[in-house]
Ligand binder design. Structure first.
Ligand code: ECB
Length: 135
């Protein structure tokens, strides 16, 4: 049984978010603003139904899904694309594959050293984010 990712988490590091946003075609202007943001993740789970909220001072993104079930994702307020997304546990990692216009797009979440880790990838870019639990 994988450990629970549930709770509220505050960003402590964000490596190569710039490269990830560039791969998604985000404009220089928006990237400059987005790079200054500290994200908060709020993860809720009931059975195999998840809600993942990414919160910031200027924009929020909420995404809900059932594990092992493909669904339509619209990345509203991010790069505004439609993807066919599938989230599944692979060992201790919650892994999402986002099929769509962008190649090799997806992310993985896992817990390591009491921190929430997130690796976001798109094309040849990998962004690594770490979050600490909000107390
Ligand atoms: C919503 C907080 C970030 C807001 C950034 C604002 C403008 C940047 C516009 C586009 C950037 C494109 C995508 C990166 C944004 C957030 C990265 C995490 C979103 C995500 O897919 O989280 C997953 C995994 O936790 C769950 O949806």
């Amino acid at each position: 049984m994988p450990v629970s990712l549930c709770g509220s988490w505050d960003m402590v590091s964000n490596v190569n978010f710039e490269g990830y946003m560039t791969a998604l075609g985000i404009s220089l202007y928006t990237r400059k603003i987005a790079l200054k943001l500290k994200h908060r993740k709020v993860i809720e789970q009931v059975g195999d139904r998840y809600v993942v909220k990414t919160l910031s001072t200027i924009r929020n993104y909420t995404f809900s899904f059932r594990a092992n079930e493909e669904f339509q994702e619209f990345t509203k307020g991010l790069d505004d694309r439609h993807c066919k997304s599938l989230v599944a546990w692979e060992g201790n990692k919650l892994v999402c594959i986002q099929k769509g216009e962008k190649k090799n797009r997806g992310w993985a979440h896992w817990i390591e050293d009491d921190k929430l880790h997130l690796e976001l990838h798109c094309e040849d870019q990998v962004c690594k984010q770490v979050f600490k639990r909000v107390v």
